[in-house]
Design a protein around this ligand. Structure first.
Ligand code: UDX
Length: 431
């Protein structure tokens, strides 16, 4: 099938490369010429394992092409719209890239048979876009569907090729059958529903994951006062299959371009209809307070932040990516800088690029470089390589004794055996 993917960022580049490797003829459209050039050279513009190999195969097989020329979308059966919909202030979302993409599609000489919205959008957007095109009487009526993505950054190729479910929201039978055919060999349950239901399913999935994280972060607060390790509580309650072990890791909170935004988007969906959404708003405020809690603990352990040197391990919002959007690590660093700390930062995915996001910090090529002469180590992203920290060695190279474990990655006993002070979140007396 001839497919066009509009927006070739974190989601679009993965969708384009994977569908090309399924045998479809795919053109990826993006307004960013730099991105188009890189992708046509087989260079992934995002940190996604396996993506470059798929890009190379698609390009070499002549089934994949990237362009900034919208007319290349002409004649495609399906157009996936994967442009981002970033937050705009506290409670709104910038849908202009999405609306501009739809406007251009409606002007194509031979419009696509279906416009499939993969971008995460406020509830009701898919139907509104369809009405917008129809009311403008531009070209023929475009037929829309919502087909939300459930891709985790760093695992996006795997999550696209082996989805847990396919959700399609449309009222056009021919669009439904087109998508059913496209996803037929993905081996996942195919849920056909209305556009609004598909949009809510996407937001509710992420809001629930966020709720679990804020839940365990709240339990961690109780644990601190009773000398209990929240990891033990999470493990024990997670043995109940109704609860499960996932997304119960306490720490400095959830970040990324999805969970915080989707949670807020869903709360808004209720509030704009006059509903109070106290639970989702509470999940949000628990999360927003975590970075402050982390800084309070460091301040107490260091007896003040002003003038202290802190080795920061991890800046990305999670391991496996270089993405610092809404990263709790970045929030902790900004608060520490505001309190007068000197930060020596290491992140394996951001080598040499730390100062693009934290101009006042020192960019260290290794964790050792970061903790040399530091008063404290603060682990903020749970990169697996940090598990191997040799605390005996570190204690000789540091100036101070404090180890703050913002992602509960370290073993408190191992830290203490090296003569260092372990400070966590919800982990017994160390807090
Ligand atoms: C998320 C959803 O998982 C994915 O299904 C959706 O399509 C997009 O949003 P992603 O944004 O890549 O994916 O992040 P995820 O891997 O879910 O982690 C989100 C954040 O939660 C990270 O900051 C992570 O550190 C944090 N987290 C995760 C916790 O604090 N505790 C946990 O137990 C799990």
């Amino acid at each position: 099938m001839r497919i066009c993917v509009v927006g070739t960022g974190y989601v679009g580049s993965v969708v384009a490369a994977c569908l090309a490797n399924k045998g479809h003829k795919v053109v990826g459209i993006d307004v960013d010429e730099e991105k188009v050039r890189a992708l046509n050279k087989g260079r992934a513009v995002v940190f996604e394992p396996g993506l470059e190999e798929l890009l190379r195969r698609g390009l070499e097989g002549g089934r994949l092409l990237f362009s900034s020329d919208f007319r290349k979308a002409s004649g495609a059966s399906l157009v996936f719209v994967c442009v981002n919909t970033p937050p705009l202030g506290r409670e709104e979302f910038d849908l202009s890239p999405l609306e501009e993409a739809v406007r251009k599609l409606s002007l194509l000489p031979s419009p696509p048979r279906a416009v499939v919205i993969k971008s995460t959008v406020p509830v009701g957007t898919t139907r509104r876009l369809e009405g917008m095109v129809r009311d403008r009487g531009r070209g023929t009526r475009l037929k829309f569907a919502s087909n939300p993505e459930f891709l985790r950054e760093g695992k996006a190729v795997e999550d696209f090729l082996r989805p847990l479910r396919i959700v399609v929201g449309t009222e056009h039978r021919e669009v439904a059958s087109l998508l059913k055919g496209l996803y037929a060999d993905f081996g996942a349950p195919f849920i056909l529903t209305t556009p609004e239901a598909a949009e809510i399913i996407k937001l509710a999935a992420n809001a629930f994951l966020s709720t679990r994280i804020s839940f365990i972060n709240e339990i961690a607060k109780v644990c601190e006062h009773y000398g209990v390790d929240v990891e033990e509580v999470a493990g024990a309650i997670g043995l109940d299959p109704r609860i499960g072990q996932h997304y119960l890791k306490a720490g400095i909170g959830f970040g990324g371009a999805c969970l915080p935004k989707d949670l807020s988007m869903l709360a808004r969906a209720g509030e704009v209809c006059g509903e109070e959404m106290p639970l989702l708003r509470a999940v949000e405020s628990v999360n927003q307070l975590q970075p402050f809690r982390a800084v309070q603990k460091l301040k107490k352990a260091l007896k003040g932040i002003e003038g202290k040197t802190i080795a920061i391990l991890g800046l990305a919002f999670k391991p496996g990516t270089d993405d610092t959007r809404e990263s709790p690590a970045l929030k902790v660093c900004s608060l520490l800088l505001r309190e007068g700390a000197r930060l020596k930062v290491h992140d394996p995915a951001l080598k040499g690029r730390v100062r693009e996001v934290l101009p006042e910090a020192e960019d260290c090529p290794s964790p050792e470089e970061a903790w040399k002469e530091a008063d404290a180590i603060a682990l903020l992203t749970d990169w697996p390589e940090y598990r191997k920290v040799n605390f005996r060695k570190a204690s000789k190279q540091m100036r101070g004794k404090v180890v703050f474990d913002g992602r509960l990655l370290f073993d408190p006993d191992e830290v203490r055996k090296a003569g260092l002070e372990y400070v966590g979140l919800g982990r017994g007396e160390g807090g």
